[in-house]
Design a protein around this ligand. Sequence first.
Ligand code: ADP
Ligand code: MG
Length: 318
Amino acid sequence: MEAKHVTKNYPVSGNRTLTANQDVSLNMYRGRTLGLVGESGCGKSTFMRMVVSLETPTTGEILYHGKDITLFRGEELRLHRQNIQMVFQDPAAAFNPKMRVMDIICEPLLNFKRIKRREKEAVARKYLEMVELPGEFARRYPHRMSGGQRQRIGIARALALEPEILICDEATSALDVSVQKNIIALLVRLQQEKQIAMGFICHDVALVQSLAHELAVMYLGCIVEVLPGEKAATEAMHPYTRAMMSSIFHLQMDFEKPVGTLEGEVPSPVDAPPGCPFQNRCGQCLEICKRERPPLRVVAPGHQVACHLFTQQRREEK
Ligand code: ADP
Ligand code: MG
């Protein structure tokens, strides 16, 4: 899947425009995980909601096997929804409390006439097993389960249609740390087994870098850096990514060293000023940063950064 130059504007009061995503270009590949990280409100969900066709971009295109899904309508869109599924943050709110687990898991399969009504319980048991829950849960109601168990049901429902792309929007953020670990292990196992492309949104950079093949860092609706997750700790270049990485606490960390913190507030995404989105919080802000928005540039294979510091350096070297 290729998102190309995707921008999403929302009209807000007083005839103004809120830019939730600005010129976002990201790709997703079979069997790989794209991690999307950034502070709350930076536009992560907006982007993924466009990927799952819950929203349409203001401009830009989203190509799935080369076809622009933002142009899909009616029956074509309905059928396409099978390919890209989503696990939501709050499973308690994502399920109809009057439905039993087997009805929740099988609803998409029945909608697309993939199974018959009488096959429901057997099919639900199969998917419960896949997410490591007992088959008896098929007859239960979701409120009689823990948060972690409910999220497993959410994963089972999303995977029932055998999508090629699975989007997890803060799918583990509401869970206890120990439960979160188990759910992530499950997601990673299923993703590898089924060779799904996974989009994993998380505001916790320590967590997301550990499982993302590609890590994209978002700030105020813009992608500021893309790099391999395993290199985030050592090779991040953007001042925002570096500040986030240095604010991770390690058990063996040197407490003599100052902990990196981010000063200042995220500016409003309404009528954002020109220049770099990070200018007011950046310790290395240059004159050009206030005038021109830095474009994403390739700095190494699989590594892109949008920061004038590195383009300036390169100019000076020449
Ligand atoms: P994140 O998921 O990173 O926390 P969101 O994508 O939910 O961020 O939101 C990005 C920005 O877009 C926020 O400022 C939010 O208030 C705004 N926003 C999201 N959805 C809408 C909407 N339907 N109408 C107006 N503004 C919205
Ligand atoms: Mg969100």
